[in-house]
Each structure stands twice: as C-alpha cells, then as structure tokens.
Design a protein around this ligand. Structure first.
Ligand code: MOS
Length: 738
C-alpha cells in the first residue's frame, strides 16, 4: 500500500528525534486552542456525510436481518417482496455477504457466508427499491424460512467453557515469576472480581454507504475511520484488486471503533450496485447498527494482589473472561493497561473467551483499558483500603521506574505527577477517609480517584503537502476526521512549519486516492498522520531554503513570507508552478526500546441519594500527560468526551441480550442509555507539559482514548467513598446501591 518516488521524506522511528521544528513556534499556531477548521461546514449543514451525496439514478437499499439467533436460512421469498410497488429486487449473495466484518480493526476478509446464522440480526439480504420507504416496507415484511439450531446465549451458563483465544492485539496469556505462590505467601492480599456488561459504540451517525461502479472500479462513499485498510478489506470481500476500490469518507459522525472495519452495509451496497447496474445507497437503521455492527464484549475480571505491609505489590494477577461469536479471533484486551501501569515482579495477565451467539465483539472506545481499568483501578482502591493507605500513595509507591515485564524504560511517563497535581487541583485533601460518613441531607457525598493510561501507537501513515504559487497550501491524505479535530491539527502543523496562515491551508482528508494513512483508531491518528504532514513540510522547507540559497536553519517562514540571508520573499513567489512533497512515518525500534503510553489521573466527586440510590456526579477532574498538545481546544474536547464515556460506563451503558435467542433488547438510543446533559457536570481538564522524543517527530502521544481510560473507576470509587457500598457489577444503577 505504500511506496513513493524520490519526493518522499520517509522516517522510521528507530532513533529518538530530540529536535522538532514545532519547538521554534515562529508562526505561533501550534498548540493554540484554534476553532475547528471544519466547524462552520458542520454547523451550517454543508459538510457532506456518507449518506448525503447526491448521486444520480440512485437505488435505495435496506438491509434485512435474521430473526433467529442461531441456525440457517432455508429460503427468502423474493417474489413476495417484489410485489410491493417500487421494489426492484432483493439481493441475496451468501458467498459474498459478510456474516461480520470487523476483526478489531485488522484488515482481514470475512469469509463466512450468511446462510449460517450465528447471531440475531445478522444481515441476510438487501432489498432495493426506487424509494427508501418501499425498500423498508419490503425489508420488514419479506418472508424468510429458517432452520433453528440451539444457540449459546448465556455467559453465566457457559463461562466454564472459556477457551484461550489466538493472539490478537496482544498475547492472550502472559505470566512472569510465580504469581500464585507469591500471592499465597503475601502479607496483605486482595482477591476481587469485577463485571462489566456488553456496550455499544453508539456513534451519532449510523453506518452508511453509497456504492458507485464505473466499469470494474468501485467508489464507495462510506462512514469509515480507516479508509485505506477498509478499501482493501472491501476489495478482499468482493474478490477484486484493492486498487480498484476507492473509499471516500470526508466527514464521519463519530466512530468509537464501530467504523474501524467495514460494516455489512458497504458490502451489500457494493454487490447490489454491481448486480443492478445502478448506484445503491444503504443506510443502516439505528437498530441494525446495534444488531449487526459490533459490541464491546462483556467482561468478568478477577484481580488478585499480594503485597507487603507497606503496600508494595509483589504478586499481581488479572484474569479475564470475555465473549465473542464462534470462529472469531478478536478478544477484548482487558489486561492491556495492566501490563505496564504498576510494578510487581510476579504477575499473570490472562484472557480467555466464551463462545456465544451474540452480536460480534470488536473494538470500542479504548479497547482494553476502558473496561480493564475498571477492574484494575477499583481493585487498587480496595487494596488501599485493605492497607489503610491513601489510594494515591498506593499508586505512587507502585509506580515502576522501568516496564515491569520488558525491563525497558518508559518513553515518558507522568503518572505520579498527574496524581499529585490532580489531587491539588481537585482538593483531594477534603476527602473523607471513612466511607459513608459525609452526609448532606439525603445525599451521601464521596470522592474517588483512578489512574489514566492508554498505550501509545504509531502507525505507518503518509500525507502530501503542496505549496501553490498564490502562497496557499494543500494537505491531502487518506487520514480521517471522525469528529476529533484531525482537519484542524493537521492544518496547524502545516501552518506552523511552512509559515503559511491556517486559513490558507486547504485540507483534503478521507479519500483513498490520496496518500495512504492509517486513519483514525487506537488514538494513533493525530501523531501518525500529523507526523506525516510534519515530514512533508520539513522536505518543503528544505526546498524553499535551497531556492533562497540559505541553510535550512537560516530560513524563517512566517505569515506567508520567507526570510533568510537579509532577503524577504513571498513564499508563493519561490515555488514556480508549485512544489510538493510527501511525508511518511513508520514505526521502528523506538517502540520496542521504550514502553510508550500516555498517562493521567481522574478525580470524581459524587452524591448518592440515601433514599433512592440515585447517583449524581457532582464534578470530575482529569489531568493528562500525552506529549505535545497540538490544539488545546480539540485535545480538551477529546478528554471531555472520554470522561463522559466514563460516566456512561460507570452508571448507564448496559447492552442487554435476550437470554432465549440473543436478540438485543435495548438497541436504540432511547433504550441503550448514555449520559445525557443532566448526567454530566462541569468537567475540568488539565494537561501537563510534556514532549515524547521517542514517539514521533512531533512529540505527541495519543489523547483520544486517554480520557476514558480510568474515568469510570474514579466514579465507582467515589460511590464507594460516599456510601460504603462496594458494587463490583457495572453499571452502578440505583437498584444495586440500595
Ligand atoms: Mo478506536 S476503538 O480504535 O476507534
């Protein structure tokens, strides 16, 4: 997928990059809290989302989901559907339709045909009609005959059949030293089990695709986070060369993992459009998004700590159970944060998986840490209480100097500082150390803390930057902006290095015809695509210096002017017909030589009604260290969103399957509860100043998912401090607290 000519500035992160052109900050735009450059287009409604492209001669497709949880499709009565006026055809392609599509975001072609039904709501057909209404009517009424099989729908009933899944995002089993023996010998012990339910990404924009064929080439307007790998996934599914598939994802209304890999509507639209000889649009109904994209797996996590009387962890065990469909490799990487957050020489982090005929499990909002740290950070709170220690102290004394498993240093790590400064800002001193004793009328009030950490990843990414004779510049890449701010921060990076004002930088993202990037996922987007922009601009800066006949470091680029050797020229006048360069970043040895993660701390104050059990989060504070902050406003917004997800995980989100057939019970935003405005108090976000020279040339680390990782346990721990009731089964609804 990669490979450029001589005009590419390529960097593999084998060595640290101590100096960054962003440090000089001549243009003064980097890190500033700039408004989103795509904001006006979004709020005025002119930003075009996948389903909104006005394509002529469009046929409307509505997907049909299976109404059994396990078995086979025997027949589908296409003729009955065709009798509905306006219906053109029903496409059933058992060989190509995908039973599921996302393998934790990896590029992997789904192979299983749909004839075998593995879960309720699995897509089996697409109805095509002249109008959406006709297609929907036929899709809802089409007669389907099934052969039923006994499925497995109940986690509790099958938990003892859990198996070790194959390696996915991480090794499922890890062990070091002798954790069981050391646990038995330990002076102080804790053994607790936490449970988190299945969840749904619940992005605002439903999955949608418009498929347009021109001869044997497919253009798909889709709502996807990683268009370049999604295009090869789609090509694999359709059995065609990947260079014949173009995906366009200019604007995406949130993804949260559910749009990392292709979803069924893309494949269905593509097959249908080909068969029909007409463009086809397929938008999944909200309920279908819940049924037939991905869920986050439920988890059962048993944590054991053995430590000395000072609170130093000697033995640490984090064993988890998750669930997924038969034949699926992906498992929720529950223990991913547990590997390197705290010390402890003897350790085991195991993942086992239960096979269930429930919605496909996949990546969602900080896969691993978001729920794994519920177990870890709530257990740490319990351990602190067992020891009679302040929970911040316990974390500080177990903050290791080097990675406890790999024996390599951390690239940068401000865990202890986050805890200390966060405590100061939050007023942690005022916390009542005896739970359940601070009362204001009917309300019990308490405070909680949790660490934040999210692993940092760099993904191979490229971007092209052109400078035009009029002094403007264009940045183009298949990177996406899923609501995170990519458009803005990439424009800021180009502006800062080229000395071209931000409003003269034209951004082109989300098109696989442009330089291939890894897209938005795993919090790698800003650092990876941002580094690519940086490298392209570095190369352009060298070209401008050469034209000016000055050394590169003797050149100042500011406000559209090039200044060097007592000469000042408009940048546009130096570029002739225009100049361009491509930047490309690749992960290298630095990832192995250093453990890379972003860190922080979450603080929460809650009030719990002693009569009704109602929980009110009164305030939350998050303090984060994630390398260079590229835009103070968009970075803060990312963390506000993450903390809000944390409130949802602690108190609201709970995806429920009918235990008889695996049908989702709460498959829309009325029934699947996420925090509403009234649930979210004023949230405070702070950033610590940090540069990570091992991560990438712009010294930034991932922020997107840091805000969620640790947010939920801070709330859960605050509820315990308020009430003295330890609930280990999330979400903490009123009934569990009474
Ligand atoms: Mo994220 S769950 O990698 O979109």
């Amino acid at each position: 997928m990669f490979g450029f000519g001589g005009n590419t500035n390529s960097l593999t992160m084998n060595e640290p990059r101590p100096v960054s052109l962003l440090d000089t900050g001549v243009q003064g735009v980097i890190s500033r809290p700039l408004d989103r450059v795509d904001g006006p287009a979004k709020v005025s409604g002119v930003a075009t989302y996948a389903a909104e492209y006005a394509i002529p001669n469009l046929a409307h497709g509505v997907l049909v989901g299976a109404k059994i949880g396990c078995g086979k499709v025997v027949s589908i009565d296409v003729e009955a559907a065709k009798r509905i006026p306006g219906v053109i055809d029903v496409v059933i392609d058992f060989d190509t339709f995908i039973r599921n599509s996302q393998q934790g975001g990896e590029t992997k072609a789904p192979t299983q045909g749909v004839k075998d039904i593995a879960y309720f709501g699995q897509i089996v057909a697409i109805v095509l009609a002249e109008t959406f209404e006709a297609a929907r009517e036929a899709a809802l009424s089409i007669p389907i005959e099934y052969e039923y099989k006994a499925g497995t729908y109940n986690f509790e009933a099958h938990r003892d059949e859990a198996k070790t899944p194959p390696p996915s995002m991480l090794q499922p089993h890890f062990s070091q030293g002798n954790p069981d023996k050391e646990y038995d010998k330990a002076a102080v012990k804790l053994d607790v089990t936490y449970i988190t339910p299945s969840q749904n990404s619940a992005a605002m924009e439903p999955h949608a695709s418009i498929a347009v064929w021109e001869d044997d080439a497919l253009t798909l307007y889709g709502a996807y986070q990683m268009p370049t790998s999604d295009a090869s996934q789609l090509a694999q599914s359709l059995g065609m060369p990947k260079n014949k598939v173009r995906i366009i994802s200019r604007f995406i209304g949130g993804g949260f993992g559910s749009k990392l890999g292709i979803a069924p509507e893309s494949v269905a639209a593509a097959i249908a459009a080909k068969q029909l000889g007409r463009p086809v649009k397929a938008v999944m109904a909200r309920q279908q998004v819940f049924d037939a994209t991905v869920r986050r797996s439920n988890t059962e996590q048993r944590l054991r700590f053995g430590c000395d009387t000072d609170g130093r962890i000697v033995s640490f065990v984090h064993d988890s159970l998750t669930s997924n469909l038969p034949d699926e490799d992906y498992f929720e990487p529950v223990g991913i944060g547990s590997h390197s957050l705290y010390g402890g020489a003897h350790r085991r982090i195991n993942h086992d998986q239960v096979t269930l005929n429930l919605t496909l499990s996949g990546s969602m909002r900080a896969p691993g840490e978001a729920v794994g740290m519920v177990g870890l950070e709530c257990a740490m709170d319990e351990l602190a209480e067992t020891l009679g220690m302040d929970p911040i102290e316990l974390r500080k004394i177990n903050d290791p100097a080097v990675d406890p498993e790999k024996d390599v240093p951390y690239s940068s790590r401000m865990l202890t500082r986050s805890l200390e400064e966060g405590a100061k800002h939050f007023g942690w001193d005022a916390r009542n150390t005896t739970p359940g004793t601070r009362r204001e009328g009917e309300w019990l009030v308490g405070m909680g803390v949790a660490a934040a950490t999210r692993n940092n990843q760099l993904m191979q990414s490229a971007a092209k930057v052109e400078i035009h004779p009029d002094g403007s510049a264009t940045v183009s890449s298949s990177m996406t902006d899923i609501g995170t701010g990519s458009y803005t921060i990439m424009a800021q990076i180009a502006s800062e290095i080229l000395g071209i004002p931000v409003d003269r930088i034209v951004m082109k993202l989300g098109d696989t015809n442009d330089a291939p990037a890894a897209g938005s996922g795993g919090s790698w987007g800003a650092a990876s695509a941002g580094s690519a922009v940086y490298l392209a601009c570095e190369a352009l800066r060298d070209k401008l210096a050469k034209t000016m006949d000055v050394e590169s470091d003797g050149l100042t680029l500011k406000d559209g002017q090039a200044i060097g050797a007592n000469r000042q020229t408009a940048i546009g006048d130096l570029v002739g017909e225009g100049i361009e360069a491509t930047g490309e970043i690749k992960p290298g040895k630095q990832e192995k030589q250093f453990t890379q993660a972003s860190y922080g701390a979450h603080f929460a104050e809650v009030a719990v009604n002693a009569v009704t059990g109602e929980v009110r989060v009164r305030r939350m504070l998050g303090i984060f260290a994630a390398g260079r902050v590229l835009n103070a406003k968009t970075a803060r917004s990312q963390c506000l969103g993450g903390m809000t997800f944390g409130i949802g995980t602690a108190l609201h989100e709970d995806l429920i399957h009918d235990q008889r057939n695996g049908k989702l019970v709460n498959r829309d935003l009325a029934e699947y509860h996420v925090p509403a405005n009234a649930d979210v108090p004023q949230l405070e976000v702070h950033f610590l100043d940090e540069r990570d020279i091992h991560a990438n040339p712009i010294h930034a680390k991932g922020i997107g998912e840091l805000g969620i990782s640790g947010a939920a346990p801070a709330v859960v721990n605050a509820i315990y401090n308020a009430t003295g009731v330890r609930v280990r089964d999330l979400p903490l609804t009123c009934d569990k607290l009474l």
